[in-house]
Ligand binder design. Structure first.
Ligand code: ZN
Ligand code: ZN
Length: 112
C-alpha cells in the first residue's frame, strides 16, 4: 500500500457532473483515494452523491436477511439463496472465537 503524507496534499476543488457546483476534495479524501489505488476521481458533490445513491437504491432493492446468531435483520444488496448468514458483528465475534480456538490448539491464526 502506498503511504501518503497528508501534509503533502492540498484540498482541491472539483466540479460536480450533476449540479455543476464546485466541491472540495479534501486532502484526507485524496489520501484515502491514493492509498487505496483508486482510479476514478470523485465526480459528484456530497449532495449529488447521496441523491445518486438513493436513485441506485430504488433501482436495486435491498433484501432482508436474518442473522443466524442474533436474529437481527440486516439489509443486503443481493437476494440470498441461503439463510445461513451472519451480521457483521456476529461474524467478527465468530472470527475471534475461531482464532482463539486456533491459538488454544497451538495453531497459527490465518490473517484476515
Ligand atoms: Zn452536485
Ligand atoms: Zn448477528
Amino acid at each position: 500500500m502506498t503511504k501518503v503524507n497528508i501534509e503533502d496534499l492540498e484540498d482541491k476543488s472539483l466540479i460536480c457532473v450533476d449540479c455543476g457546483n464546485k466541491f472540495i476534495w479534501t486532502a484526507g479524501e485524496q489520501k484515502f483515494f491514493i492509498e487505496k489505488g483508486l482510479k476514478n476521481l470523485p465526480k459528484r458533490c456530497k449532495i449529488c452523491t447521496a441523491k445518486n445513491r438513493d436513485k441506485l437504491r430504488e433501482k436495486h432493492p435491498m433484501w432482508w436477511a436474518k442473522c443466524r446468531i442474533c436474529k437481527k435483520k440486516n439489509e443486503v444488496p443481493f437476494e440470498l439463496t441461503t439463510d445461513d448468514i451472519l451480521c457483521e458483528e456476529c461474524y467478527k465475534k465468530e472470527l475471534i472465537k475461531r482464532n482463539n480456538a486456533l491459538i488454544a490448539a497451538g495453531e497459527t491464526v490465518p490473517e484476515n
